[in-house]
Every structure is written in C-alpha cells, then in structure tokens.
Design a protein around this ligand. Structure first.
Ligand code: AMP
Length: 219
C-alpha cells in the first residue's frame, strides 16, 4: 500500500501519517523530518536546505526528489510507504511517478486533509515539538504536563523556526501556489480523495481508513 498524504502545513499529515504507519506497518516518510534531521546534524544537505526552510520556501526539487527516491527503495518500503510532505508540486509528483514506474509500483491512494486557513494558523502558531522524539504539542489545546519538557522522553520542547508567524504566511502561500494544484493532478488520475481534518485525531484516522478502503473496493 503506497499512500500520499496531502494537505496544508498544520493539516495533521504528520500525526495521521504516524497512525497509518502503525496500522499498515509500513514506514512514514516525512520529507520535513528528514530535512530537519539533516539540518540538526549539519550535513551538506542540511546546510543547503536550511536557508529555504527558514523562510518557508520549498527546498529545490532535485535535492528532495533524490532523497525520496533513495528512501523508497530501502528494504523497509517493500510492503509500501506513507509519504507525508511529498510531493509538494507537480514536478515532484511526476518524478515520483516515473520512479515508481521504474520499480513496477504505483500510488494506491492520495488522501487530502482539509483544514481551513484560520485553524491552520491557530495550530501552527501554537505548535511545539520535542527536540528529541518529535512528539507534537500545542500551547493551548494539548500542552505537555510540565511546561517546556516532553511527556514521552522528557527532552526539551521548542517552537520550530518556520512555525513563527511571519514564516507561516509564507508557507501557506507556497502551499496554495505550488501544492494545491496537486489536487486536480491526482483527481484526474482518480487517486484523490479528501477528508475533513477537523475533529479528534482518531475520528480523522477512521475517515482516512474508510476512504482508502472505499477506493480499494472501487478499483
Ligand atoms: P514540513 O515539515 O512538511 O512542514 O516541511 C518543512 C519544510 O521543509 C518546508 O517548509 C520546506 O522548506 C521543506 N520541505 C519539506 N518537504 C519538502 C518537499 N517535498 N519539497 C521541498 N521542500 C520541502
């Protein structure tokens, strides 16, 4: 099962990707997480990516595509994968398709998570992340038990640079201009379906599973 999760920053792709990964026992591939790990360890890739990430722009396609092509060929993707944050534009989608063609594989479902702009800004501006395990919190809706430290591993919780107000606007604009056209792209291929991204995490996971199942029965 090869799944693509689409949605604006803050729509919940990371959270839902994690649930789907546990459910289907296939890896979640988050390009944002891979890039951030590279920035943290100051690799050449990370140093190159940082300047784009800090201003909310997309990292150049060739960098991200190479990274994903290598990742989906890894042993643990044999039974499938969940892409979270990739593709982000039509060029990346085309590169993915031709890579999968070459591997005799295909995308089984593209699920878009719909959340309105006001809610996205509310979520992103209050989001806090554990530096070590990546657990997500929100200053108002789901704060950690002890301010500043992770409930799961006790490490420091921080605000991502690109979750600051001015960068959020830039990221949403990039989404609208570059990523949004993928909805039409995948709709034409009869792969796209959308779920409402407002509700409890479990409710949304169920809606995603239902829509994937429906698509399987119709194909
Ligand atoms: P995310 O964690 O998915 O919100 O990604 C954080 C940042 O990483 C984005 O704002 C981009 O700068 C970069 N990034 C993540 N995925 C991609 C991608 N597929 N193409 C280009 N840049 C990306």
């Amino acid at each position: 099962m090869n799944i693509v999760l689409l949605g604006a920053p803050g729509a919940g792709k990371g959270t839902q990707g994690k649930n789907l990964s546990e459910r289907f026992k296939i890896p979640q591939i988050s390009t944002g997480d891979i890039l951030r790990a590279n920035v943290r360890s100051k690799t050449t890739l990370g140093q190159k990516a940082k300047e784009y990430m800090d201003r909310g722009a997309l990292v150049p396609d060739n960098v991200v595509v190479d990274m994903v092509v290598e990742r989906i060929q890894a042993e643990d993707c044999i039974n499938g994968f969940i892409l979270d944050g990739f593709p982000r534009n039509i060029r990346q989608a085309e590169a993915l398709e031709s890579t999968l063609d070459g591997m005799n594989k295909k995308i089984d479902a593209v699920v878009g998570i719909n959340v309105d702009r006001k809610e996205l800004i509310r979520r992103l501006s209050g989001r806090r992340v554990c530096r070590k395990c990546g657990a997500n919190y929100h200053v108002i809706f789901s704060p950690p038990l002890n301010i500043g430290s992770c409930d799961k591993c006790n490490s420091e919780i921080y605000q991502r640079d690109d979750d600051k107000e001015e960068t959020i606007e830039a990221r949403l604009k990039v989404y609208e201009e570059e990523t949004f056209p993928l909805i039409e792209y995948y709709s034409k291929k009869h792969l796209y379906r959308a779920v409402d991204g407002i509700g409890s995490i479990d409710q949304i996971t169920k809606a995603i599973l239902d829509t994937i199942e429906k698509g399987r029965n119709n194909s």
